[in-house]
Design a protein around this ligand. Structure first.
Ligand code: IMP
Length: 504
């Protein structure tokens, strides 16, 4: 793995990069529209199509109609879908309106151009519609690849998609067909009215084929099989770029000797680097490179197909069966909660923080970074008033610094509080939940006091010494259900569950 920037810095650069590319895409889109489509009165789909029709009839500039229709639909989208979906769309709509306006002003400054009448760049209308379609397809692909949209029918599609099980593509297609077909009625008195509609469809087809081509090309992944005596150095070098490699045992049948085969999946854009690296390490390496239809998983595309269970998978960074069971019970069956074992994580996750928050975040972030799953982790402990919050984050290893000797921990606690009147204590849990773009914390506490003697056989840790306020049984005397009803962990998990259910 390459060293990673902190999440917030990564997010900032990612966002900034998105906006730069979206802006560039909008310039391409506006160029296609003003230079190759509007002067020839070719109607494409979407809100720009509607705006173009109005421009052909009234010469009311496209960006004004486009902005107006988008504002109406954006208000609906903010109400229906929330701000997060809309922020980049609002930016794109405003930016595209501005670029369209600026581009027309620049064109009008050219000698011989009448205001409101865009000049024809090419004499051939069909050629113009082909080039216009390509410009639009490339621009839309760039927008989508950078998590943006040009507003317009995407908004309708997203709203319809919320209520009806129609794919975004189908909704956009239906809107586009309606818009292009309606241009027939605008030009019905003209001799070439049908031709204009057909050219509209051709432009639409070209732009959608271009869109798919650019998106697939950018996403194209390749698979390498590399046969080299210096396989370990090559594998290390590929690993150092952040890509994974698998080493497979094989036998070279001609020489009947053991050979190692490296298998590596990478983006096509990374292949030149991989070739160079291999050549510099072993110029005699033997290798194959093949296109793969799709690669899904960490570092590649997300698997979009919904699983049969349709549940969101989240990892709980623990292998403690009790905690896992408790959390699964509280979260119900809406979520698939996996343990560290379930995801094949058998590493020692560092826990070096000086607060519950830091420790919980450290564990959850570790799983997110190295395994890619949304993950939550908890850190809990006992805090005694008279001991200035001790044992706190050291609760598990209070006695010996190593951990989980409950008897020794309780002995040390009783010694530390011996003769002390102030027996006030609380159990505290902090849960940190780390997703691709956010970190959230949830806390739970139970106040109580530390008894002078152990009572009860149940529970774990300091339970036999802890009497929660308002109860006459220690945590160790309560049944698991009773304890889970009031425990610090249960409270934190309940807040976490409420958050997940609200978001889901
Ligand atoms: P953990 O972070 O949940 O593993 O908790 C660390 C330590 O705090 C445990 O090893 C226990 O000593 C103590 N502790 C946390 N929660 C409880 C509880 O519910 N009962 C008793 N001890 C607890």
């Amino acid at each position: 793995m390459q060293p990673q920037l902190p999440t917030f810095a990564r997010n900032f650069w990612q966002e900034a990069r998105d906006y730069v590319f979206i802006t560039f895409a909008l310039i391409i889109y506006a160029t296609g529209l003003t230079c190759f489509l509007l002067p020839y009165e070719i109607t494409t789909g979407g809100f720009t199509g509607v705006a173009s029709i109005i421009y052909y009839i009234t010469h009311f500039e496209v960006q004004n109609t486009y902005l107006l229709i988008n504002i109406i639909f954006l208000v609906a989208a903010v109400i229906e879908l929330g701000w997060k979906f809309c922020i980049k769309t609002i930016y794109a709509v405003l930016m595209l309106s501005f670029i369209l306006w600026a581009m027309q002003r620049i064109i009008e400054m050219q000698p011989g151009v009448e205001p409101g009448h865009l000049p024809k760049v090419l004499s051939d209308r069909t050629l113009s519609c082909i080039i216009g379609g390509i410009f639009e397809g490339v621009a839309l692909a760039m927008c989508f690849l950078n998590n943006g949209s040009t507003g317009g029918t995407d908004i309708i599609a997203a709203i319809v998609n919320k209520y009806k099980n129609l794919s975004l593509g189908n909704v956009i297609l239906i809107c586009d067909i309606i818009v292009i077909s309606s241009s027939y009625f605008v030009f019905r008195d003209e001799a070439d009215s049908l031709q204009r509609v057909i050219l509209g469809y051709i432009t639409l087809s070209i732009s959608s084929v271009t869109l798919d081509y650019v998106m697939n090309r950018r996403r194209q992944s390749v698979q390498f099989m590399i046969f080299s005596r210096n396989y370990s150095k090559i594998a290390d070098a590929i690993n150092a770029t952040g890509r994974g490699v698998t080493v497979i045992d094989g036998t070279g049948w001609y020489t009947k000797t053991e050979r190692k085969v490296l298998v590596c999946l990478a983006k096509r854009s990374e292949s030149i680097n991989i070739f160079r690296m291999i050549k510099s390490i072993d110029p005699y390496a033997f290798m194959s490179m093949g296109n793969v239809l799709g690669v899904y998983g960490e570092g590649f595309d997300k698997i979009k197909a919904k699983s049969n269970s349709d549940k969101r998978t989240i990892v709980f960074a623990t292998n403690n069966a009790h905690k896992l069971e408790e959390v699964r019970q509280i979260l119900g069956d809406q979520f698939e909660v996996r343990s560290l074992d379930d995801i094949g994580c058998h590493r020692d996750i560092p826990e070096t923080g000086s607060t519950f928050r830091e420790n919980a975040l450290q564990k959850a972030q570790f799983v997110k970074t190295y395994y890619g799953f949304d993950c939550f982790a908890d850190d809990s402990g006992l805090e005694c008033d008279a001991l200035g919050g001790a044992p706190g984050v050291l609760s598990a290893r209070y006695a010996d610094g190593k951990g989980h000797d409950n008897e020794a921990n309780m002995r040390k606690l009783l010694d530390a509080l011996n003769g002390n009147e102030n027996r006030k204590a609380d159990f505290r849990t902090v849960i940190a939940f780390v997703t691709d773009d956010s970190v959230h914390y949830f806390e739970g506490t139970v106040d109580g006091k530390i008894l002078a003697e152990r009572r009860g056989e149940g529970g774990f840790g300091y339970d036999p010494l802890f009497l929660p306020d308002g109860y006459d049984q220690t945590f160790a005397e309560m049944s698991a259900e009773q304890k889970n009803g009031i425990s610090h962990r249960a409270q934190a998990v309940a807040k976490f569950a409420a958050f997940l259910t609200k978001k889901n």
